[in-house]
Design a protein. Structure first.
Length: 225
C-alpha cells in the first residue's frame, strides 16, 4: 500500500563524483557530490551556488569528474563535511562543515596531471573525466525563496581516462558494466551495485557506437594543458 510521504531529500541513488578544480591561488580543490547525470559526452551537475567548486568552475571553466569505485569509500568519507570556502558559508556551518584547504592530503588521495586542463585527476579513481564548462543555469529561478541557491552546470567531456581492468576484453572503447563497481550514494548512505546484472537488457543489444556523440571527435582536437 502506498502512503503520502514528504522526504526531506529525494536522493534515490546516483554515483558519487569527486570534482577536482583549481582555486584562485593555483591549489587544487576536491569535492564529493552525487547530483550528476550523463548525456553522451556531456555531464549535468547540480551544486550549491555558494560552493567553492561552483566558484572555481565559474571562474576557470574546467574541472575533472573523478568517479570512485566502492574501494575508495573511506577516502570519500574523509572529505565529508569539509569545504574549500573560507569563511565557511552559514548553511554549511549549520551542517557541521569545516574549512579544509588541503583536500588531497585529508582524503589520502593522489593528484596526477590532466592532459587538457589544469585541475588534477585523482589517481585512485578508476574513471577520470576531464571536462570544460559549457553552460551554467540557476535552479528554481521562479521561486524567490530558492532563487540563487543552486547552480545547474553543463560540462563537456574532453578526455576520458579508464582503468584498464574495467574495460571490455578486446574493446578499449567500452567499459564492462560487470567489472565497473561505482560507489553509489542513496539517501546520504554509501552503497555498491550487485556483482552481476539482474537479467540481460533489451537496450543492451544496441551497439554503443550508435550513441557516439560528435563531442568525441571534437575532444580529440583539445589542446594539452
Amino acid at each position: 500500500m502506498h502512503v503520502t510521504s514528504e522526504p526531506g531529500i529525494l536522493y534515490f541513488g546516483t554515483p558519487v563524483v569527486l570534482i577536482s578544480s583549481t582555486n584562485e591561488d593555483g591549489s587544487a580543490n576536491l569535492a564529493p557530490m552525487s547530483s550528476a547525470f550523463w548525456l553522451g559526452w556531456r555531464g549535468i551537475l547540480g551544486l550549491s551556488a555558494a560552493s567553492k567548486t561552483t566558484q572555481n568552475l565559474r571562474r576557470t571553466g574546467e574541472c575533472v569528474l573523478n568517479l570512485p569505485s566502492v574501494n575508495e569509500v573511506a577516502a570519500v568519507n574523509r572529505l565529508a563535511r569539509t569545504t574549500g570556502s573560507d569563511p565557511v558559508p552559514e548553511v554549511k556551518l549549520r551542517r557541521g562543515y569545516r574549512f579544509e584547504p588541503h583536500k588531497f592530503v585529508v582524503s589520502g588521495l593522489t593528484p596526477i596531471a590532466s592532459e587538457t586542463i589544469s585541475p588534477p585527476r585523482v589517481r585512485e579513481c578508476p574513471v577520470q573525466l576531464e571536462a570544460k564548462v559549457e553552460a551554467m543555469h540557476g535552479l528554481a529561478e521562479g521561486d524567490p525563496t530558492l532563487r540563487g541557491r543552486t547552480a545547474v552546470i553543463e560540462v563537456r567531456i574532453v578526455r576520458v581516462h579508464v582503468e584498464q581492468n574495467i574495460l571490455t576484453d578486446g574493446d578499449p572503447d567500452r567499459i564492462d558494466p560487470d567489472k565497473w563497481r561505482p560507489l553509489i550514494m542513496s539517501f546520504q548512505e554509501f552503497y555498491g551495485l550487485a556483482p552481476h546484472k539482474l537479467q540481460p537488457s533489451i537496450l543492451g543489444q544496441i551497439p554503443e557506437r550508435l550513441y557516439r556523440s560528435p563531442d568525441v571527435e571534437r575532444a580529440r582536437g583539445e589542446r594539452a594543458a
